[in-house]
Ligand binder design. Structure first.
Ligand SMILES: NC(=O)c1ccc[n+]([C@@H]2O[C@H](COP(=O)([O-])OP(=O)(O)OC[C@H]3O[C@@H](n4cnc5c(N)ncnc54)[C@H](O)[C@@H]3O)[C@@H](O)[C@H]2O)c1
Length: 430
């Protein structure tokens, strides 16, 4: 323990990040920039080649950032799991998607097996993938201990949730407090030392379970409040009230209210997925996470609701979905990212296509979408594409979109984000 503490203090410890995605890559670069030697392990050879050639897969990381880290010798992208045996600290950042509605643990299992095969006494192993409470202390520990080494006695173990918010220009890894929870007190202390070297504030909780649950609470809080905002949008529309005006007014209350906004559905790797990990775990105990389930029902209905509102909007103009040209602007699940995982745009486009619409999309950051009908590529955003559309569905509020320019050229806009607030034109809002 003392040896690792000293190596962390002097930044001579070596770190291995497993999984170089939205979470792992920024983490690896930050740790390398703080003076540690970092190996970035990913099983995708294409990604490793891209990184070796200093091509960034993420919008918020430039090619120069990658080149600088690789050239400094502090960051080495690799597919070779042998690097794990050389690391003093291993951080696992692999995906945790759903498979048939249940946690898909295959990625953590794969990463854990590789770590276990290379585990040596004195190493600190940290899980950052979002998952159900108990994963670190039960699922991960069981796999690591197949090495013959014991957690807490021979190696150190813990969980630290990732709070990265891709596309957010204000909050980054370094200025957001980092929660850590160790399998045992020594592991917790070492995690505090490790993260303390590269984030502004570390918040230590009593266990890995508590750290896992804190992440699920954060995401469930958003999940439930987004559902509430969506329900308000539907009710306000029925009542003939502008939901956006209502939220703006309520948000002037300086305490007890935090604004959440409705939208065409939910997307990304976190909000539609993580609360389901909690529901699944709770179901194992014969209980139901009632708020989580209710919120899921609401958020899942939004693409259908948007489809209905589009039908009504066209109907009011003596048009039907069948035969109409619809242009979707933005398909990423949130603004200013190139991430289209779980985006509600896919379901909306598929519904429109099934009903006979002629659909195109434009997204400055997402070049293609994979639909049931096949691959669809982003089209150019020109005067002609806008003029050709019977309806423009404004789906993702990328800040590069010029609302005034779009409104001047469009026949009808359905704005799911209140992006066209105050802009004159044929605009309907969610
Ligand atoms: N994306 C976010 O904004 C965000 C925020 C907070 C938490 N998280 C959580 O962090 C975790 C990672 O998410 P992400 O968005 O970075 O995923 P991602 O899909 O962008 O990246 C994961 C990477 O892991 C690699 N990988 C998978 N199995 C591997 C293995 N056995 N060995 C080596 N590499 C392997 C994949 O090739 C991929 O490059 C998830 O649990 C997610 O819920 C994500």
């Amino acid at each position: 323990m003392d040896q690792l503490k000293q190596a962390l203090r002097e930044r001579t410890a070596t770190v291995s990040i497993v999984g170089l995605g939205y979470v792992g890559l920024p983490l690896a670069l930050r740790i390398a920039a703080c003076g540690f030697t970092v190996s970035g392990l990913d099983k995708d050879p294409g990604k490793i080649n891209e990184l070796r050639e200093a091509r960034s897969p993420l919008l918020e990381i430039s090619d120069q950032d990658i080149a600088g880290a690789v050239d400094s010798g502090r960051f080495t992208p690799t597919c070779d799991t042998a690097v794990l045996s050389k690391a003093d600290v291993v951080v696992i950042c692999v995906p945790t998607p759903l498979r048939d509605g249940s946690p898909d643990m295959r990625y953590i299992e794969g990463a854990a097996t590789a770590v276990s095969e290379n585990l040596r006494p004195g190493q600190l192993v940290i899980l950052e993938s979002t998952t159900y409470p108990g994963t670190t202390e039960d699922f991960l520990r069981d796999i690591l201990e197949t090495s013959g080494l014991k957690a807490g006695a021979d190696f150190y173990l813990g969980f630290s949730p990732e709070r990265i918010d891709p596309g957010n220009p204000e909050f980054h890894l370094d200025n957001v407090p980092k929660i850590v929870g160790g399998f045992d007190p020594v592991s917790g202390e070492l995690m505090e030392d490790f993260y303390g070297t590269f984030v502004a504030k570390v918040v230590r909780v009593s266990s890995a379970r508590a750290a896992e649950m804190s992440k699920l609470l954060e995401n469930t809080y958003r999940h439930v409040n987004i559902a509430l905002a969506n329900e308000m949008a539907i009710l306000c529309n029925d009542l003939g009230i502008d939901v956006w005006e209502v939220i703006e007014a309520a948000a002037t209350k300086p305490f007890g209210f935090q604004a959440f906004y409705p939208g065409p559905g939910w997307g990304g790797h976190c909000i539609p997925v993580d609360p389901a990990y909690l529901s699944w775990r709770v179901r194992q105990m014969g209980c139901t996470a009632k708020f989580v389930e209710l919120a899921r029902d609401f958020n899942e209905t939004m693409p259908t609701y948007v489809f209905q509102r589009l039908s009504e909007a066209l109907n009011d103009r003596d048009k039907s979905i069948r035969g109409s040209s619809i242009l979707v602007l933005g398909v990423a699940y949130k603004p200013d990212v190139n991430d289209a995982r779980e985006t509600p745009a896919v379901e909306i486009i598929q519904k429109l296509q099934k009903a006979g619409a002629n659909v195109r999309f434009h997204d400055p950051y997402v070049s293609s979408l994979y639909l049931k009908s096949g691959k669809m590529d982003s089209c150019e955003l020109t005067d002609a594409t806008l003029a050709a559309a019977d309806l423009v569905l404004f789906h993702t509020s990328h800040t590069v979109y010029d609302a005034g320019w779009i409104a001047e050229r469009s026949r009808l806009i359905f704005d799911t984000r209140n992006y066209f607030k105050g802009v004159p034109g044929p605009i309907i809002t969610l």
